[in-house]
Write a protein that binds this ligand. Sequence first.
Ligand code: THU
Length: 138
Amino acid sequence: MTTQKELIAAAQKARQASYSPYSGYQVGAALLTDSGRIYTGCNIENAAYAPTNCAERTAFFKAVSEGEKNFLAIAIVGSPAGEVTQFAWPCGVCRQVMMEFCDPDGFEVIVAKSETEYQTRKLAQLLPEGFGPSNLTE
Ligand code: THU
């Protein structure tokens, strides 16, 4: 079984690929599926700014585009370039993308400074009363 530490290590590695020449803020994410696969992502910025994609959404879009639909957890490591000095909680847009594919009461968001210093929240804590696919099918 994949541990929180392993997922954090995968996010740290993914952060090394961050393409962030404009903000200098480097983020890596590692998304765990219910079959035990890990999809990683980094933030990818753009000279036109708006097309920038966050690390979390890069990981989700890689996974969903490979046919994955069931996710257990995501680890996120983000900070200005260099040593990770802060907890990088996911932005609102990324929380909404998580809401699309994850059970808000089950999906675990792990935000880490290191493999030993991290915090976890359920998606429902980060996006209370969220709007999701079930709203459209009732
Ligand atoms: N960023 C992420 O990758 N994830 C987040 O949840 C928040 C922000 C990125 C986007 C941009 O490249 C940089 O961090 C600064 O906003």
